[in-house]
Ligand binder design. Structure first.
Ligand code: IPT
Length: 993
């Protein structure tokens, strides 16, 4: 049913014919131009835009009518106004319609340019007071999903789509003195929806600021600023002529005029250049007859020479992150405070680049990146990912089936729309120094339309390279118009292979890597190492910045209950794939972000040429790290701190400098480490002076290793057919011969074991454990024990129990067979075991012991990687030290519960109830976790707020724990982070004191 046939001719509804017409993208809008906000003369043009006398913010409560279907929207919808909604917002977060989380799949039938007849519509209305003063009124929407029909006093004023772009309407001719009615009918879907298939909650409405500008008919329409690394500034303009004044802080350094005929050019001697490390900005005042505009200018040059990406003549690495506009409370809306919070948090974790995945952000975002110093990959509002499933038949084995993604990229129907999106991107953000490259979009395949898009961008801006991940295509359209090769989730080995390619001279970027879903990523340092191996590698951007969530309600203690795909009753959804980030939805850092902060650190320390010397290697490209960083050091062992000191240093950009710490040559008995702790000074980045930025820990002494010798008097034992009882002073052990498990470990008459001590092969799958089904099939989580043999004897001061057993379930052979020996002495047990796993276990998550202890065993102390959760491949934010924690604080509260809180590289761990202490030691290192939740509970629940605490505390002492990797959307866990199979042995000492 066409909208035309259901509405009265002449009614406002009869104008609604654009949203299924891919050639009609904007009606009544001004030509797109560089973003700026004019101020009145005499004002401070560098103030926040709300200060401008020519700017009226129209945000606030608007009238709102929601219709499930455009068909049911009455002809006189303009006169309605029953409900209210905040502008900006997304209507799904205000009780209308529901949020849908879909990643790749289109949220509507693929039938372009058509969309379903029953399109949900939100009709927004507000009043605007007008009194004529010779100025035009320009109504600006910075973001509306998916399109809007605009009416002023009931008269059709225009139409626009492209959700993440500014649409400006000169509405003056439709205004009358006094109260005027602005109505925006926003449709949930339009033909543009096929081009906005980004992996996100699908939300609708006016989601960015709305404002009115008052400007003269003859006005400055657009201007272009270029400022390079030689201090050359050029400004050209269209519309009115303007006077220009360039300031360095408050000092006027150059002035002149620009007009349509004459551009302005000047050279600043010894210009201070802009970079993420030193985001120096000059101020340019642009003055016309009645307006003043404040621009911040950064002198810098981006280039690619000989396959090397450079800023200001130096190769830089982008150590970045992908960021979506996504907030549980405000949906797609990021106000200035939220943007600043995100960007500051990035800077605090040494991130230097952000890709605006996968659409342009609000204009003010870029001003903040200029100011704070972040390199931006600015991406067009374009993703057609769902074509993958449209094009392909159901046989997923088909070779190159992913190429179907390029369906729209080569479809002439969408050429105009794709070019429109590229033009809008460049024209709005062209003056921003932070934008180092343009990105054509995401996951839309390669084809003629994309090629034309790249060419268009190059014609609009020759000063920045063009980025796009063009891997998949349906024809042989060349991608030689792209300035770099971009891939996502490529393994480190394949990146190394790229470097060997003879046929490819362009640099390489990983526009997405280290999928940070849940407990991960575990391969950041490996990627950093590869990035550092060649200047042909531009670097990479972690996927992604913040978990996307909706708030389902609140817990009794007032915490939001976060929901994800499937929690809103969607027709189809992609579950928790939107929880794949470095921050929780409220921007509390995941431990993954702490890892990023450490891996992306500005300085690294390595051992020097003599035993007591070290080399500080700077990762910075433009500033002397010593000017902004101080260093403290401390030498520690499991006995604590042995010496400490501090020093200042100087290290040229990308250079190194050697320092000597004589204390390192002292004599040590135990494993000893030196830790260099770098703190900020002289206002480094966003850090407060004295604040810790990063550290480096280096082992300086390795002691001889031996499990502690046996202690005390030889214990006594008794045996029955089903049980061994061992007595050692006030300790008593009950060993169950039927299960080959200790049922009891008594100190006095108190049993420390609330359940039998068991072997543990399972962990609550982390999101990256993509092989978890194999674990369930093998029944690693709920095995049956078969005991072949048990024996007991007294040997060398110990009681020795030997067992032979297996672990399995129905259907298959046992997944593991094991021989174990327990040597019990006066103060504890030395556990030793050797297991051989069957072909049903390809990747073993863990191998260790699990003990359930009474609740009052809650005081945990350990010597190993802390204070954060740590794994073999995810321990860079942690260091080896002595830590103490309450068990309640050792849980990392992932929204979809999963394995968490482990500590890697421990040589000792103890848990105590204040009177008795249970201590585990293994000088070669082990992992442990101490938790109030069982792995079964963590594995079973979809949300953190559903978790029930176990009636006991759960101690897992793991001989080995597999790495966490980033396989949810990346390469499989590297061999070096797996538990080597099929034969694995484990040993640990357990003492009871
Ligand atoms: C990649 C997308 O580009 C990104 O938007 C996000 O969806 C990510 O995956 C998964 O979280 S595409 C992937 C199929 C390689």
């Amino acid at each position: 049913m066409n909208i035309k046939t259901i509405s009265r001719p002449g009614s406002p509804k009869s104008y609604m014919t654009c949203h299924e017409d891919p050639e009609t993208l904007h009606i009544g809008t001004l030509e797109s131009h560089a973003y700026f906000i004019p101020f009145a003369k005499g004002q401070d043009a560098f103030a926040e835009r709300e200060e401008s006398a020519l700017f009226e913010l129209l945000n606030g409560e608007w009238d709102f009518d929601y219709y499930n279907s455009i068909i049911d929207m009455p002809d006189d919808f303009i006169k309605q106004g029953r409900g209210r909604i905040p502008v900006p917002s997304n209507w799904q977060l205000h009780g209308f319609d529901k949020a849908q989380y879909t990643n790749i799949n289109f949220p509507l039938p693929y039938d372009p340019p058509y969309v379903p007849d029953d399109i949900p519509v939100g009709v927004y209305g507000t009043d605007y007071q007008y009194s004529s003063n010779g100025m035009r009124r320009i109504l600006c929407f910075e973001g509306v999903d998916s399109c809007l029909y605009l009416y002023i006093n009931g008269q059709f004023a225009g139409y626009s789509q492209v959700s993440h772009h500014t649409s400006e309407f000169d509405i003056t001719d439709l205004l009358h003195e006094g109260t005027n009615r602005i109505t925006a009918a926003v449709l949930k879907w339009c033909d543009g929806t096929y081009l906005e298939d980004q992996d996100k909650f699908r939300l609708s409405g006016i989601f960015r600021d709305v404002y009115m500008l008052s400007r003269l008919e003859n006005r400055l329409e657009n201007y272009r600023i270029t400022a390079d690394d030689q201090g050359r500034l050029a400004v050209c303009a269209t519309g009115a002529a303007a006077k220009l004044r360039l300031y360095d802080k408050d000092r006027l350094i150059s002035e002149g005029e620009v007009s349509e005929e004459n551009s302005f050019e000047t050279t600043v001697e010894n210009a201070k250049l802009w970079s993420a490390e030193s985001p120096y900005l000059y101020r340019l005042e642009i003055e016309t007859d009645n307006e003043l505009i404040g621009e911040r200018v950064g002198f810098r040059k981006v280039e690619i020479t000989n396959g090397i990406f450079k800023l200001n003549g130096r190769h830089i690495k982008l150590l970045g992150v992908n960021r979506h506009d996504s907030y549980p409370d405000t949906g797609y809306y990021a106000d200035r405070e939220k943007m600043r919070r995100d960007l500051t948090l990035m800077k605090r974790h040494n991130i230097n680049a952000v890709r605006t995945s996968h659409y342009p952000n609000a204009p003010e975002f870029y001003a903040m990146c200029d100011e704070l110093g972040l390199y931006v990959i600015d991406e067009a509002d374009l993703e057609t990912h769902g074509c993958v499933n449209v094009y392909n038949d159901l046989k997923w084995s088909r070779e190159n089936s992913y190429n179907g993604i390029a369906l729209i990229a080569k479809d002439p129907m969408f050429k105009t729309a794709i070019l429109d999106r590229e033009r809008l991107l460049v024209s709005r953000d062209i003056n921003r120094p932070c934008v180092l490259m343009w990105s054509l979009g995401n996951e839309s395949g390669w084809g003629e339309n994309m090629r034309e898009g790249a060419k268009l961008i190059k014609s609009l801006d020759s000063t920045r390279p063009v980025h796009y991940e063009s891997t998949h295509r349906l024809d042989d359209t060349s991608d030689d118009v792209l300035d770099m090769v971009s891939e996502m989730y490529t393994s480190t080995e394949d990146i190394r292979k790229f470097l060997d390619r003879e046929d490819e001279k362009r640099p390489f970027i990983l526009c997405e890597y280290c999928h940070a879903m849940g407990n991960g990523p575990g391969d950041l340092e490996d990627y950093f190492e590869v990035f550092s191996s060649s200047d042909r590698l531009i670097g990479g951007l972690v996927w992604e910045w913040a978990d996307h969530a909706v708030i389902l309600g609140y817990t009794e203690d007032g915490k939001p209950k976060y929901g994800y795909g499937g929690d809103s009753g969607e027709r189809h959804d992609d579950g928790n794939f939107c929880m794949d980030a470095l921050c929780y939805p409220d921007r509390t850092p995941h431990t993954g972000l702490l890892e990023v902060g450490q891996v992306y650190r500005p300085v690294r320390v390595t051992k020097g040429s003599t035993a007591d010397s070290f080399i500080i290697n700077s990762q910075l490209r433009f500033i002397d790290a010593g000017e902004y960083l101080s260093c403290k050091w401390e030498i520690t062992s499991s006995d604590g701190k042995m010496s400490e000191g501090e020093f200042n240093f100087s290290v040229p950009p990308m250079g190194s400098s050697e320092i000597v710490i004589p204390e390192v040559s002292g004599s040590f008995e135990k494993d000893s480490y030196i830790r260099f702790i770098f703190t900020a000074k002289n206002g480094y980045s966003v850090f407060a002076d004295g604040e810790e930025i990063c550290f480096e820990q280096i082992k300086i002494f390795t002691s001889q290793k031996a499990i502690s010798p046996t202690n005390g008097k030889t214990p006594e034992y008794t045996e029955t057919p089903l049980e061994y009882t061992i007595t050692a002073g006030d300790k008593r052990y009950i060993f169950n011969r039927r299960t080959a498990q200790f049922d009891g470990i008594f100190k006095g008459d108190k049993n420390i074991l609330a359940r039998p001590m068991q072997y543990n092969f399972f962990r609550a799958p982390v999101d990256n454990d993509t092989m978890k089904q194999d674990w369930y099939s093998a029944h690693l989580n709920d095995y049956i024990i078969k005991v072949y043999e048990t024996s007991i004897s007294q040997e060398q001061g110990c009681v020795v129990i030997s067992t032979s057993q297996s672990f399995g379930w129905s259907i298959h052979q046992p997944f593991a067979k094991m021989q174990a020996v327990y040597r019990i002495d006066g103060s504890g047990i030395n556990v030793g075991c050797e297991a051989e796993f069957s072909n049903k276990v390809e990747l073993l998550p863990r191998f260790g012991l699990r003990l359930f202890v009474p609740k009052d065993y809650d005081d945990v102390a350990y010597y190993g990687y802390g204070p954060y959760e740590s794994y073999i491949d995810k321990h860079y934010a942690s260091y080896v030290g002595l830590f103490r924690a309450d068990i309640a604080d050792m849980h990392e509260d992932y929204i979809r519960p999963q394995e968490n809180g482990s500590h890697y590289g421990c040589t000792e761990m103890s848990v105590s109830d204040g009177a008795t202490k249970l201590t585990f030691t293994q000088p070669e290192g082990f992992s442990f976790s101490a938790s109030q939740y069982t792995q079964e509970e963590l594995a079973a629940k979809r949300h953190n707020f559903e978790l029930k605490k176990c009636e006991h505390n759960v101690i897992c002492a793991d001989f080995k724990m597999a790495g966490v990797g980033s396989a949810a959307c990346g390469p499989q866990l590297a061999d070096k982070y797996r538990i080597p199979l099929p034969k694995v042995s484990g040993s640990i000492r357990i003492e009871i004191r």
